[in-house]
Every structure is written in C-alpha cells, then in structure tokens.
Design a protein around this ligand. Structure first.
Ligand SMILES: Cc1cc2nc3c(=O)[nH]c(=O)nc-3n(C[C@H](O)[C@H](O)[C@H](O)COP(=O)(O)OP(=O)(O)OC[C@H]3O[C@@H](n4cnc5c(N)ncnc54)[C@H](O)[C@@H]3O)c2cc1C
Length: 622
C-alpha cells in the first residue's frame, strides 16, 4: 500500500471517513463500502496493490457517505467502475446499500464481497444477483496473493469497460442515432465483441469525422474499419461487405470438399466445430448473422456450468469461436445456407451469395427464432425482471414475488408451475379464451390445482415500466376484446410465446415435424427407416439424410438451453467419425475439382435436384 493510502486508511479506521489513494493516471474509480474495518482494509489493500495506477481507490466506512462520495468522483471526472460492498453480520444491509447504487450511477457494477465461509449471507446475495439488484459477488481475499479474487475483479473491470465504450475503437459507425440500421450495426459489432464507437451523424463530432473522410454526402451509416494498415471506409455497407472487409474470411480453395459443414454458429454449431476440427476433420462453419446465435444476445448466462458468476453470451461465443478457429475451422460469415442437395457422394450447400460449399457430412445447428414482445420499454428490462425462454435458473429468486408468465403453451405452463414453488403469485397471461388448444391437459389440471397460480384469458402485454433502479415494476395489460388497458404491479415477467425453428431453407429434404423441428435418430418415422439406404438404422442425432446431423434447438425434442446445445453439438463428432469411416469404405472420393467454392453470381432459385440414391434422398415427413 502506498504511504498516502496507508495514512488514509488510518484516518478511515478512526473516523469511518473515506480513504483516497493517489492515482494521477486514474481514468475511473473503484469504491469500497463496508462498516467493518477488517473487510474495508483488506479490500482497499488488494485494490490499491493491483489497480491504483489506473483507478482511484476510495473506501467508505459508512453507507450514508457513499452517494456523496460517488458524486464527488463524478464531478472530478472519475466515473465509478465498481462498488464493492461488504455483506454479512457487520454489514447487515449490505445488499440494499449496493442495490441503491443503481440510483446514484446506473453504470457502476455492484459487487458483494462475501466473507469466506459466510454461508448465511451468500443465499441473499445469490437471490439479489438473479434478480439483477446486484451484478456480481466475490469472496473476500483471505491471504495474498489473492489471484482468484483478482481474476474476478479484472473480469468485472473488463465488463464495465466494454459496456462503457470510449476506449480503443476498431470500428467507427457514423449514422443517424435512431435509424434501425444504425441500431443493427451497433448490435452486430457488440455481438461480435468488436470495440466500435458510434457517432451520431448530426452531432459535431459525427459531422467532423464525415468531413475528414470527405464523405459529407455519403449514404449513411458510414463504417470505418480502423485496425488494418489500410483503413476501409464503407458507405451504407451490407453485413456481408463488412465481413469481407474485415479480412478474416479464409479463402476456400476451388474443389475443396470438407469433411463436415456446420450450418449455424450458435452454441451447438460452435461446439461441433471445436470438436470436429480438434479431432482432425476439415470443418467449415457458415453463419448468417452473428457468431453465438441466440446465446450471443443474452447479456448474462448464469446456468452454463463452470461460470459461477455467469458469462455474457457474446463472450462465451467468442471464446468458442477462437477455439474452433485455432483448431483450423474455416468460417464463412454473414452468409445464409439457402439449400442443401447431394452431388457425387457429398453434399452441396448453396449460400446466399451464390457460392457453393461441398462437404461429406453436414451438421444443421440453425436454432430457433424466439418470438419477442417487441415492446421497447420491456426489451430494455431484459434480465432485470423480464426473461425470455427460460425460468428454471431464475425461479428461486422469485420467492414471495408477483410473477407473470406470458404464453399459453406447454413451456409457459411448466414455467408457471416451477415458478409457483417460490413466487407469492403467478399469473399466466393468455391471449386466447382458453388453454385447451395450446396446453396439455395434465398441465392445465396442475395449474388449476395450484393455489397461487391464476390464468387471465384474452389479455396481452402492451407495455411496462421499471423502477428507478432499472428493475421491472409494472406491466400494462390490454383486454384483447375491449382493448381496455390497465396497469398491474409486477416483479417479473417470463415470456414464452413460442419459437420458430430456422428450417424453412431445407425445403423438402430433411424430415421435420409439423412445427418445422428436425427429426433425428429414433424420432424418424418408420417410413424413413424403410427407405434408409445405408443398410443401418440412423445414428442418434442423424436426420433422414445419412451423414446429415442436427444439433441444438433446431432438433425436435431438444432442451432449449445453451449447455444442452453445446452437448449435442459435441455429441455429433463421434457420430461423424462413424459415418465418415463407413462412407470412406463404401464411396470412392471424388477426383479433381468438384464445385466452385468461392461466391458465384447469384442465380434465380430453381427446383432442386433430387438427392442421389447413395445419400438417401427422401421427402420430408410433414
Ligand atoms: C434472450 C435469450 C436469453 C437466453 N438465455 C439463456 C440462458 O440464460 N441460459 C440458457 O441455457 N439458455 C438461454 N437461452 C437459450 C439459448 O440461447 C439457446 O438454447 C441456444 O442458443 C441454442 O443454441 P443453438 O446453437 O441450437 O441455436 P442458436 O443459438 O439459435 O444458433 C443458431 C445460429 O444459426 C444461424 N443460422 C440460422 N439459419 C441459418 C442458415 N440458414 N445459414 C447460416 N446460419 C444460420 C443463426 O444466425 C444463429 O446464429 C436464451 C435465449 C435467448 C433468446
């Protein structure tokens, strides 16, 4: 600890006043708050040792000082990155003190420091994290060096820095603040974890950048890629043009036939790519939107094994993408696979840019598109009282709360029953006049018997509000018949209004159920088995086309979770080996160039050739 920090610590011990350490280069601050001097000192010491060059370290002995201290820091041009607070016997209202930080500075991350072995406090901390009133927790360091503690702190600081922006900008977007395309581009860069700065074209800075580029009259938005030696400047580019300008696409040699082509780079596709390429299979992944799929849109995935603090979906995806890339996977970005057909012992995948890829086997991991409410006020509260698609991990935090479930299907019914174990009251909101057509009878009966579940029919969510701390507070419900609206207090809303598998592009190739989910292995109808050409039953996860597998949310019967999608993606790899070994023994490899693998001019869609007999072409079971 520096001499000045040490002197300040003494002052704090005596008077419970703030401790300030000198950090001439500081760009931001870390604030410690605890009434317990031991906790305060150990946190201050550890923080000062590692971070005082970049952050001003401030400690408060009294929660009442916190707001004034944070305002002073802001006035001095030092935004607060983290507030780390004690919880437990000495800080009995520690969770509430941290929760109130949202009112003072919504951007500061709130971290509870739990004493080693304080199992009493930890449950309330977990609940607060699930509800979003705390951001993270950390175990107080017991001795130096406290590498585990600092690993967490460094990660929190990184999270704060990436949310705040303003650092290194690999890309700049200059566009209209509220245009849909500007929003799409911000989302695209953020999901790919590319540090990008956005500048409103109407602002002084935005106009200046456009002037410097000589692009005052250019079509907006303008995208500047600044990391390459030669800067790329693109006016109103398509996603594909941006991907190409990035220079990360590996050229595919003409005639290349991959061992496996993976369609979709969500968790299932990425796991399949990591597994396949790490085991020596030549692998190509085609991704239409953003690496990470649905998971990449989740700001914090808390139920993925191995990440006790949760992990942002974009970060999880980026790590898996890097891993696959390092193992040799070829990625084709911002292209959609529009058709699958067979040709000469291998499959052909037609891409949206007109290019064609060839592969001996295929993994379809195209996921589902969750239906969203599309209500901006509620989208902003996602993860802070508004939840999509999953109720299991949040349920224990609903103890004693008023919870709403939007949706009338089985998933909504199951979620309501699960939530009712903890919640004070669960209300299912259904647009239809009855559940009979959309939910299984056993669930309807269980719901009818549950004392704390009620169902409101003929009603839909049309709006909502949050508290000043940024948590869901109320919902606006509209009667579908009378269109009358009323506001109800709400602590949480779980949205389960359906999901659509992304399989339309398969036309009549792989067999699907009536909702479009792909049938695999034992789910395939007997008719598919009878016509199976390979002289063997389909492998688990294998579709009605031999050598074409499906993994993740797109597969009928899949569990709609990140971990399950990853598991299924990984599980396809030994199956690929079995299929490829057998195919190699029975099918001669094609000689010479097979098909152009670089983009060809787009062609109008023509009726697709039937799949060859050796690949087992069959119509989809509908
Ligand atoms: C907002 C939100 C939050 C969630 N939070 C959690 C959570 O906390 N915990 C949890 O376990 N689960 C969560 N889920 C569910 C979880 O994200 C999914 O179960 C998981 O992502 C499924 O992975 P997947 O690879 O099967 O499909 P997806 O993630 O849907 O990925 C499919 C990919 O395929 C691409 N694609 C589709 N069609 C084509 C095509 N024709 N050509 C090329 N590419 C194509 C898509 O662009 C997409 O990137 C959440 C989902 C959402 C929407």
């Amino acid at each position: 600890m520096s001499a000045s920090a040490g002197a300040a610590t003494t002052a704090s011990q005596e008077a419970g006043a703030a401790i300030l350490s000198e950090a001439t280069e500081a760009q931001a601050a870390i604030v410690i708050v605890s009434q317990e001097s031991g906790t305060r000192e150990v946190l201050h010491r550890e923080m000062s040792k590692r971070y005082s060059a970049d952050y001003q370290i401030v400690a408060c002995g009294q929660p009442a000082e916190l707001a004034a201290r944070m305002r002073d820091l802001r006035a001095a041009g030092l935004p607060v990155a983290l507030v780390i607070g004690g919880v437990g016997a000495q800080d009995p209202d520690g969770v509430e003190v941290l929760a109130a930080v949202r009112d003072i500075d919504p951007a500061a991350l709130r971290v509870a420091a739990v004493g080693w072995g304080d199992w009493q406090s930890v449950r309330s901390v977990f609940n607060a994290v699930t509800l979003g009133t705390l951001d993270h927790w950390v175990t107080c360091p017991a001795q130096a060096p406290a590498e585990e503690f600092h690993r967490s702190i460094a990660e929190f600081l990184r999270e704060w820095g990436s949310q705040r922006g303003g650092g290194f900008e690999a890309a700049q977007v200059i566009g209209e603040q509220w245009s849909a395309r500007s929003q799409e581009l911000r989302d695209l860069f953020s999901r790919h974890r590319v540090p990008a700065g956005f500048y409103d074209a109407a602002s002084g800075h935005g106009r200046q950048i456009l002037r410097d580029l000589g692009l005052e009259a250019a079509e907006l938005p303008v995208v500047v890629l600044r990391f390459a030696a030669k800067r790329s400047v693109l006016a109103n580019p398509s996603n594909q043009q941006i991907a190409d300008a990035f220079g990360v696409m590996t050229p595919i040699p003409p005639g290349e036939v991959f061992d496996v082509a993976v369609v979709g780079a969500g968790p299932a596709g990425l796991a399949a790519a990591v597994g396949a390429s790490s085991e020596g299979l030549s692998t190509v992944v085609v991704e239409h939107e953003a690496v990470g799929g649905q998971a990449g849109t989740s700001s914090m995935i808390r139920n993925y094994p191995g990440f006790s603090q949760g992990i942002s979906g974009a970060m999880l995806a980026q790590e898996a993408w890097r891993q696959a890339w390092a193992f040799g996977t070829t990625f084709v970005y911002m292209r959609q696979v529009t058709n699958l057909s067979g040709n000469g012992g291998h499959y052909q995948l037609r891409l949206s840019d007109g290019g064609i890829l060839a592969a001996r086997s295929v993994i379809i991991a195209t996921g589902v598109a969750y239906r969203r409410l599309g209500i901006p006020a509620l989208e902003e509260l996602q993860g802070r009282g508004v939840f999509y698609g999953t109720a299991a991990s949040e349920a224990p935090a609903m103890r004693g709360r008023r919870v709403f479930v939007a949706g009338g299907g089985n998933s909504a019914g199951q979620a309501a029953l699960h939530l009712a174990k903890w919640a004070r009251q669960v209300t299912i909101l259904v647009r239809a006049p009855s559940l009979a057509a959309s939910m299984s009878d056993y669930l309807i009966r269980q719901i009818g018997a549950a004392p704390n579940i009620d169902v409101r029919y003929g009603v839909q969510v049309t709006g909502g509000t949050g508290t000043s701390a940024g948590h869901l507070q109320s919902l606006l419900l509209q009667d579908t018949a009378s269109e009358q609206q009323r506001t109800v207090p709400a602590d949480a809303l779980f949205v389960l209004i359906g999901a659509q598998p992304r399989t339309q592009w398969l036309d009549h190739t792989a067999a699907r159920d009536r909702w479009g989910f792909i049938l695999t292995g034992p789910d395939l109808p007997a008719s598919a088995h009878a016509r199976w050409p390979a002289g063997r039953p389909p492998l688990p996860l294998e579709t009605s086309l031999p050598g074409v597998f499906a993994a993740g949310d797109v597969r009928r019967g899949s569990v709609k979770r990140v971990a399950s999608a990853v598991g299924e993606g990984a599980a396809t790899v030994p199956l690929l080996h079995r299929y490829l070994a057998r195919a190699a023994a029975t099918t001669p490899r094609p000689r010479g160039p097979v098909t152009p693998s670089r983009p060809a001019p787009p062609k109008p869609r023509a009726p697709q050739p039937p799949l060859p007999a050796e690949l087992g072409a069959q119509p989809a079971a509908r």
